[in-house]
Ligand binder design. Sequence first.
Ligand SMILES: NC(=O)c1ccc[n+]([C@@H]2O[C@H](COP(=O)([O-])OP(=O)(O)OC[C@H]3O[C@@H](n4cnc5c(N)ncnc54)[C@H](O)[C@@H]3O)[C@@H](O)[C@H]2O)c1
Length: 326
Amino acid sequence: MASILVTGGAGYIGSHMVKTLVEAGRDVVVLDDLSTGHEDAVHTKAAFVRGDIRDRDTVLRIVNEHRVEGVVHFAAKIQVGESMVKPRLYFRDNLVATLSLLETLLDASVGTFILSSTAAVYGDPEYTPIDEDHPKRPVNTYGESKLFIEHALRRYHDAYGLRYAALRYFNASGADPAAGLGERHEPESHLIPLVLDAAAGKRKDIGVFGDDWQTRDGTCERDYIHVLDLADAHLAAFDHLKKGGASGAFNLGTGQGTTVKEIVSAVEKVAKRPVPVTIKPRRDGDPAVLVASAKKAEATFGWKAKRADLLQIVGDAWAFHQRTGH
Ligand SMILES: NC(=O)c1ccc[n+]([C@@H]2O[C@H](COP(=O)([O-])OP(=O)(O)OC[C@H]3O[C@@H](n4cnc5c(N)ncnc54)[C@H](O)[C@@H]3O)[C@@H](O)[C@H]2O)c1
């Protein structure tokens, strides 16, 4: 049987993807250099190769040995703040590395490709919910590195017939505690795991950047999407492309905004402990509201978030945190 290559399959979102694919009966091979991933997060029924996506010989060997029919590409650097002080790292490890991977894949006639893109391609929102036609003016190098990759995908589609989906995630969150999978970033920069750490006493408080925004409680509003919903979306997009469906960019979100204060309250409810909060000044570049319109993904490949309940998202993340100590 042909296989799906998952790059970055030992990382947070990639490991949930691998599990979803294996459970759907697909053959999976993971390529990950373990720079931020964890080998123990890779499903035991997936083949695992430790290596870099830039290593042409390794990629070619995987494609031939596993009869790779398509790629889901998670491998990347993901820290927005770091991308501003180390833009070379982000253009090299995200943009150049992905172009190199695409070079190898096109040479090997692998014609289906899914990119982990991001809401950061849009920059400051001009309206909300954000749809795919919203202007793309990234305000950080991370978002820009992904937008450049999207441009290349569109050109490769037009010129070489590459079938692709650039999936623009909003805030990935949640976990699959029963499978022992969850968020283990080091350092952690995402809100929910940081609030969980504050609830567990691993940090003294949670800093909230501004409580005077134009939102219902004055704190920033974001669209939190369960990582298992993200995985389902990739599978739906992959099958859509395989059936000859249209390529393009698609938002993945719930369409619902949740404020920072609402996250803190949900964690307090789930963990049954208070979370100390310190209000800090606003951060540069933080928009008040970032919420997705995911109507295009629903209309094109029939996907809709099923786990949008905040208490489920936070509850799964807390259960993972408690079970594994991460
Ligand atoms: N986490 C989010 O909220 C979020 C939001 C939008 C987009 N994304 C995108 O989703 C993808 C996955 O994010 P994540 O949170 O799972 O990050 P992660 O750091 O947990 O996973 C990335 C994985 O890629 C591997 N990797 C990195 N560079 C590599 C290389 N050159 N060769 C081989 N493997 C390499 C790492 O070891 C790691 O296992 C990224 O592309 C990220 O930009 C994430």
